[in-house]
Design a protein around this ligand. Structure first.
Ligand SMILES: CC(=O)N[C@H]1[C@@H](OP(=O)(O)OP(=O)(O)OC[C@H]2O[C@@H](n3ccc(=O)[nH]c3=O)[C@H](O)[C@@H]2O)O[C@H](CO)[C@@H](O)[C@@H]1O[C@H](C)C(=O)N[C@@H](C)C(=O)N[C@H](CCC(=O)O)C(=O)O
Ligand SMILES: Nc1ncnc2c1ncn2[C@@H]1O[C@H](COP(=O)(O)OP(=O)(O)OP(=O)(O)O)[C@@H](O)[C@H]1O
Ligand SMILES: N[C@H](CCC[C@H](N)C(=O)O)C(=O)O
Ligand SMILES: [Mg+2]
Length: 487
């Protein structure tokens, strides 16, 4: 239980009605989860406005309503707190409710279109192996040291973020590495968080369905850097032209990592093969198990963040060279002379990078067959672009379903096909059923060929009309390859 006025510390209030000294049993932003004594925060969303559920929240026993617009009539024996921004108030109040855990643990947030999960996972593994109690908030999973707490979002909601950080502090963690998605930044899921640093990986085409324009998407990422405190670090990819944009008007210490331009943390690729990467960093040659130039960037971001947190370069490089990447990121499955690569590339840039990485290391005689789809109820403009990239960079591209969600799979596939000219159509196949598409790719293979299965990486489900059916690309391709090799 917490006293209401204490949990509102630093929240911008417009007006209050009722007892501010009353005790609150919890902070809730979903009326369906209200319990007796809860403070219900009404947040306007993309589907509905939480203000519509104030009545339901009261029926379920809420004793405090935090909102932007006061309802009429006002109920007796309820405290109403009118705030400037409910979403922000939710984050700050949740932080206060859980005794501001981010003041007791060094939290580093990573943002960017691609590479967030990889970066935070590497940082988590690195700090655990260096002996620190370390937390992780990521797309794949949340973790407190090695304990796994399933993730539902890339960045959890504001209350869960604070509750998870509280658990990390209570379990002795000194560091937490978290992804900050652009949705989370705009929706204030990280309001109230004191960051030790932020990392910007890159920005390319994605999520225009949500942000509307690329400029708005850039602004969303920049907000993370605009709000950093003076004593934090702001580490950005200096080779991405938006890196400098992130640093404009940023109070935190400005830091860069790069392969091409001068930077605080600079690296050079010496060799790049399907086995790993050799990088030159500060006149030292280091071997890493990660593959592709894009991972060189991720590794430099990790090195920079670790050093800015006070770690020694040599120790960090020694530890990093032994670490594998995150699940579903360039996972290699080699059976019967065929190499299947399962990768979470679900944006044009990621797909292009992964395919170019594979093309950079194959000798040209082998075929590269790409199985790819695009998610339903997500940015439609990336569909033709991803299809075109798959065709340009592969011997054959098989278009299939990703997570169709509430869209008709064939509509999504038609959007993809629209990106392909008539003369390139012969390089493509469209097979709606993902298992069949993977099976066809395997059947088209000869020894030495490579199959890229893109888009779903670690996901172990396929979401169709609100139902998640078990589906795991790695499991499916392994099963099919094993069957084929037996026959
Ligand atoms: C588009 C989006 O980001 N939506 C998120 C948002 O929901 P919303 O704004 O649509 O909420 P809404 O349904 O309109 O409801 C508005 C308010 O009314 C409340 N409500 C609603 C119904 C009710 O009966 N009672 C009630 O109180 C809701 O709790 C909410 O507070 O806020 C919710 C609570 O935090 C999130 O769960 C939800 O994520 C949805 C499920 C989602 O799919 N989000 C994806 C797009 C997302 O966030 N992805 C990013 C990663 C993207 C990337 O970089 O790849 C992520 O961080 O995971
Ligand atoms: N630094 C990078 N630059 C470009 N592409 C990358 C980079 N790192 C990883 N990728 C590609 O993007 C895919 C997704 O990587 P990762 O999961 O690390 O990104 P993310 O930013 O967490 O994505 P999400 O927004 O979905 O959480 C990888 O499977 C790989 O294909
Ligand atoms: N965090 C991303 C994941 C996309 C993964 C892809 N498999 C899809 O379903 O589109 C999103 O919600 O847009
Ligand atoms: Mg991620």
């Amino acid at each position: 239980m917490k006293v209401l006025k204490d949990i509102l510390y630093k929240v911008s209030l417009t007006s209050t009605i009722g007892d501010m000294e009353r005790e609150v049993s919890g902070i809730v932003f979903d009326s369906r989860k209200v319990e007796a004594g809860s403070a219900f925060v009404a947040v306007a969303g993309t589907q509905v406005d939480g203000h519509e559920f104030i009545g339901t929240a009261l029926e379920k026993g809420a004793s405090v309503i935090i909102c932007e617009k006061l309802p009429e009539p006002i109920a007796a024996d309820v405290t109403y707190v009118q705030v400037v921004n409910s979403a922000k108030a939710l984050g700050i109040a949740a932080a206060n409710f859980f005794d501001n855990p981010s003041e007791k643990i060094k939290v580093v947030a990573v943002t960017g279109t691609n590479g967030k999960t990889t970066t935070v996972t590497l940082l988590h593994q690195l700090f655990v192996s260096m002996g620190y109690g370390t937390g992780l908030l990521s797309t794949v999973e949340n973790k407190i040291n090695e304990e796994i707490i399933p993730a539902t979002h890339t960045t959890p909601d504001a209350v869960s973020v604070q509750a998870l950080l509280r658990k990390m502090v209570d379990k002795g963690c000194s560091h937490c590495f978290m992804e900050a998605s652009s949705h989370a930044i705009v929706q204030e899921r990280i309001a109230g968080l004191k960051l030790a640093g932020a990392v910007f990986t890159n920005i390319t085409h994605d999520h225009l369905d949500y942000h509307g324009t690329f400029d708005e998407y850039i602004k969303a990422k920049k907000k993370l850097f605009d709000e950093l405190p003076k004593d934090a670090f702001a580490l950005v990819n200096g080779d991405d032209k938006r890196g400098a944009v992130m640093l404009q008007n940023c109070k935190a210490s400005h830091q860069t990592f790069a392969l091409k331009t001068a930077a605080d943390f600079k690296g050079k690729i010496i060799s790049n093969t399907l086995e790993g990467l050799e990088l030159e960093i500060n006149n030292k040659m280091i071997w890493f198990r990660m593959i592709g130039a894009f991972n060189a960037y991720n590794l430099l971001g990790v090195l920079g963040a670790a050093m800015l947190l006070g770690e020694e370069e040599d120790e960090v490089l020694r530890m990093l060279s032994g670490i594998r990447g995150a699940k579903g990121r360039f996972d290699r499955i080699a059976i019967g002379g065929i190499i299947a690569i399962v990768d979470y590339a679900h944006t044009p840039d990621a797909l292009d990078n992964v395919l170019k990485t594979i093309n950079g290391v194959r000798n040209g005689n082998e075929q590269l067959i790409t199985v790819v789809g695009c998610g339903g109820n997500r940015d439609k403009t990336k569909r033709p672009v991803m299809a075109k990239i798959a065709v340009n960079e592969s011997t054959k591209a098989i278009f299939t379903s990703d997570n169709p969600r509430f869209e008709e799979p064939m509509d999504i596939l038609r959007d993809m096909q629209a990106g392909i000219g008539p003369s390139e159509m012969r390089k493509t196949l469209t097979i709606e059923d993902r298992r069949e598409a993977i099976k066809t790719a395997v059947m088209l293979c000869r020894r030495g060929d490579i199959i890229l299965i893109a888009g779903k990486g670690h996901e172990d489900y396929q979401e169709i009309k609100g139902v998640k059916h078990h589906f795991d690309d790695a499991e499916v391709v392994t099963e099919i390859l094993e069957q084929m090799t037996e026959n």
